[in-house]
Design a protein around this ligand. Structure first.
Ligand SMILES: [Zn+2]
Ligand SMILES: [Zn+2]
Length: 142
């Protein structure tokens, strides 16, 4: 059941005492920003907040949070990894020509209602990604 897996994710996030200080800090920042972000941009944001967390630690922390099913990773056409909280996930239109990634405005995830096709007993679902590829308005008119 989808609702069950979502609740489990929330439980892990709420249970802050199982996270290290750095993990909590990065998680709080991701919540606050509420956008997809690269490790490098997270590093810049943290430095603006006078945090001394290094880039290597950020990469390691993101990897841990990803493995725990708290954040999702999406790889763009440029090969960049973007991170975001699972609860806030979004879908995108990706231009294969210029690499622009445009957010699709949708009230509810269009994939969630199809989760019943998954073998729940055999697979513990954390998140999905859904990417659309093509040409953006600008690149169509080149
Ligand atoms: Zn384009
Ligand atoms: Zn979705």
């Amino acid at each position: 059941m989808l609702s069950m897996s979502k609740d489990r994710v929330r439980e892990t996030v709420r249970n802050g005492d199982t996270l290290t200080k750095n993990q909590q800090k990065i998680l709080d920042l991701l919540k606050e920003l509420n956008i997809e972000i690269t490790a490098q941009d997270l590093h810049l944001q943290l430095r603006q907040q006078k945090s001394k967390i290094g880039l290597a630690t950020i990469y390691r922390t993101l990897k841990t949070l990803h493995l725990r099913g708290i954040i999702q990773e999406r790889i763009t056409t440029n090969g960049e990894s973007l991170y975001q909280l699972i609860d806030h996930h979004t879908h995108h239109l990706n231009c294969i020509h210029c690499g622009k990634s445009e957010l699709i405005q949708e009230k509810n995830c269009i994939v969630d209602r199809h989760h019943h096709i998954l073998p729940e007993e055999k697979f513990k679902l954390y998140y999905h990604t859904l990417e659309f590829y093509g040409l953006c308005e600008h690149c169509q008119n080149l």
